[in-house]
Design a protein around this ligand. Structure first.
Ligand code: NCD
Ligand code: ZN
Ligand code: ZN
Length: 429
């Protein structure tokens, strides 16, 4: 195993100050941290000069779609994990809307084997809440938990019946599995492809009302209260969702939630025309929703930031929003976009953004990652904060390029990503 010395890095302290830091990596762990470690003449196989760049814990993304097995023309575990690495992510949680669906120990272990073989970052694979993602039969939570599953979700579809969700929470709670929910009441969908509001009227496209999401969260919060389950809400997008989650937290219900960079940065007003690269589920909402998400992060109602990296082919995305699949890629641009839009503009501190993308998501599921503490695995991202680069699909590691942010100039470029002390991604040159 290699030993590595990273010199001339800058690490954030608790007061959001950048402190000169060197990191010495041995046996895959952070062995030592401090200033002028070079003076100690440690034995090191390689020295990486960070040249004043930012060192953060490797980012943690609790919501990605890697499409393998089943949809490998969109992404694979290999390309998805490389894409995560390029964004500075070192631990990601992969959604189970796959084929075959990981709804049994056997199917879940089959995905695990591909992860073991191909993933360049740590990938935790979700199992499902129900068989085949249908709101009918529960999966065997006890067997899945014993096999090593950390949480279950039907992401991509909502659990449509309250009875199924109630039983799922009751059974999952017994074995300590969090229920992670994509909340969408299909009876309130009415064929919508974007937020029901100003823009859907302007473009004359069918809208999705906010209650399609929030009413199912309301139902589930009460079921979580009843059952004591840990209930985590995916990609919160409406002001009503934020409000009821805030109230639920105050009432002591065990609820956590995530928000995506695109819902923080964009609103329906930013959709220029019928362009499917602006189509994702949940959709870009109104300006007051966007404001509520930002406020929700700031007051702790929203726990963390997750990308919902959802690759689809260019062909699938070159049709009308009414026809195209929902979803945009996000792993490679998340940190740069958050830094550029929120830190550079003074709306969030760098420390807040880093925490929401590292230790906070790790804490939601009790994962032992997301820090640069001595003794922890050397999962590290190095970012050059001050250089502007254009988001260019030619640079993407992902198989897919479906994002509305192409062509945007952003700061905070990833220079290196380390997982267990090994470089898994490095900027060329
Ligand atoms: N977010 C999306 O718009 N799409 C996701 C499914 C999901 O996360 O709901 C996908 O799998 O493509
Ligand atoms: Zn979803
Ligand atoms: Zn998703």
């Amino acid at each position: 195993m290699k030993t590595t010395l990273i010199i001339n890095g800058k690490e954030l302290n608790e007061r959001n100050e950048l402190i000169q830091t060197d990191i010495y990596i041995k046996n895959g762990n952070i062995q030592m941290k401090g200033q002028q470690l070079q003076m100690l003449h440690l034995d090191s196989d390689q020295i990486i000069d960070a040249k004043g760049a930012l060192l953060t814990p490797g980012l943690v993304d609790v919501h990605v779609h890697f499409r393998e097995p089943g949809f490998t023309h969109k992404e694979t575990i290999k390309t998805g994990s490389l894409s995560a690495a390029r964004g500075g992510y070192t631990t990601v949680c992969a959604m189970p809307n796959l084929d075959p669906v990981p709804d049994t120990v056997e199917n879940w272990q089959a995905v695990e084997r591909i992860i073991e073989k191909d993933a360049v970052v740590n990938v935790l694979q979700y199992a499902t809440i129900t068989k085949g993602l249908r709101s009918e039969e529960l999966v065997d939570y006890k067997a899945l938990k014993e096999a090593g599953v950390f949480a279950v979700t039907n992401d991509g579809v909502g659990v449509q019946t309250a009875g199924t969700m109630y039983l799922a929470m009751k059974e999952a709670a017994k074995v300590g599995l969090p229920i992670v929910a994509h909340t969408e009441d299909e009876s309130l969908l009415f064929g919508g492809c974007m937020h029901h509001g100003k823009k859907s009227k302007e473009l004359n496209l069918p809208g999705i009302i906010s209650a399609t999401e929030s009413s199912q969260i309301a139902r589930d919060l009460l079921l979580a209260e009843e059952t004591g389950a840990h209930y985590h809400v995916c990609h919160v997008s409406t002001k009503e969702s934020v409000r009821i989650i805030r109230e639920a937290k105050q009432a002591g219900i065990h609820v956590t939630c995530e928000v995506c960079p695109h819902h923080l940065i964009l609103s329906e007003e930013d959709i220029p025309c019928d362009d499917a690269n602006y189509k994702m589920n949940p959709p870009l909402r109104a300006l007051d929703d966007q404001a509520a998400l930002i406020e929700g992060l700031l007051d702790g109602t929203i726990d963390c930031i997750a990308t919902d990296h959802a690759p689809h082919t260019t062909e699938e995305k070159s049709v009308s929003m009414t026809e195209a699949p929902f979803g945009i890629v996000g792993s490679e641009t998340a940190f740069s976009l958050m830094y550029t839009h929120f830190v550079k503009t003074g709306r969030f501190t760098l420390k807040q953004v880093v925490d929401w993308m590292t230790i906070k998501p790790a804490d939601v599921f009790g994962l032992s990652c997301g820090t640069l503490n001595v003794g922890s695995p050397a999962d590290i991202a190095i970012y050059q904060l001050d250089k502007e680069v254009e988001i260019n699909p030619a640079d993407f590691e992902s198989k897919s390029i479906n994002t509305p942010f192409i062509g945007e100039k952003v700061l905070a470029e990833t220079l290196y990503t380390f997982v267990n002390g090994e470089i898994v991604w490095a900027k060329e040159g």
